[in-house]
Design a protein around this ligand. Structure first.
Ligand SMILES: [Zn+2]
Length: 264
């Protein structure tokens, strides 16, 4: 049994400040956000036989009720945030890592207190090594003391269903995650494969640490995704959540696109 949910946190503009500002495409004028890119944010919740897995954790913003949006989204799908067993991170840029820890008064504590957190060891060290607009130091310092933290070293497996591979390219220690259960493969490419359009067109993104390398990884993964019928989970895509691709004539196109998947 497996189920996947795209947990939609909405649409944002991002400029040089690296701040994510909510953007409503119907009401807001794009000209009011000069030199910005516009991105969607959606972590994924994956239910397997023995696990409830969160792939990246969103921005950590709260809704009007003061509740973490990621918590509200999990509850909306019929789950309890306390039931999450694993939080697996592609990388620690704050648009992916903001929801890992929550601020309660003076302290940061894990937003998923019963989960093991899986983070690439070198990515955490890199995030803490210098001042950067892309990382938030304080919650990461606190996270280091969390007993549920598992530091991953290089490529490998978390268990017999979940594997990870370092790609670098978006940031030096970015990793991708593959989940296989009952013959179905879910591929989470993080910011190497954040939008379906980037799979369909050759694309070098300015925001990548090494844009050419990111494109090469994307092409490699796209080929495997078609040939092995992967369900690809797209974190920054405003139209697509869980996507299968297929070959046509000389290129690749979308075969199916869902926001929720269940093989029950
Ligand atoms: Zn991102």
């Amino acid at each position: 049994m497996s189920k996947v949910f795209a947990l939609n946190e909405g649409f944002y503009s991002v400029d040089q400040s690296k701040e994510f500002k909510p953007f409503n495409p119907v009401l807001d004028d794009p000209k009011s956000r000069p030199a910005s890119i516009f991105v969607h944010v959606q972590p994924f919740l994956v239910e397997l036989k023995d696990d409830l897995i969160l792939l990246d954790t969103g921005l950590g913003y709260r809704n009007a009720e003061g509740e973490l949006i990621i918590h509200a989204n999990i509850i909306k799908e019929g789950y309890n945030p306390n039931d999450v067993t694993k939080v697996v991170m592609s990388h620690l840029h704050f648009d992916h890592a903001g929801g890992m820890m929550m601020h309660n008064g003076n302290n940061w504590e894990p937003s998923f207190p019963n989960a093991d957190y899986y983070i690439q060891s070198d990515e955490l060290a890199f995030a803490l090594s210098k001042e950067s607009k892309s990382y938030r130091r304080e919650p990461l310092e606190q996270l280091r003391r969390y007993t549920g933290l598992h530091l991953m070293e290089g490529d490998g497996w978390i268990n017999s269903s979940i594997s990870f591979e370092i790609t670098g390219a978006h940031c030096p220690f970015h990793q991708t995650i593959k989940i296989m259960e009952d013959g179905t493969t879910f591929f989470y490419g993080g910011d190497i494969m954040p939008e379906a359009i980037q799979v369909i067109r050759r694309f070098i993104a300015k925001y990548d640490f090494d844009g050419r390398l990111a494109m090469e990884w994307r092409e490699r993964y796209a080929k495997l995704a078609v040939e092995e019928s992967w369900k690809c989970l797209m974190y920054h895509d405003h139209k697509h959540g869980i996507v299968e691709f297929e070959y046509f004539e000389t290129g690749i196109r979308i075969k199916s696109s869902l926001n929720q998947y269940s093989n029950e």
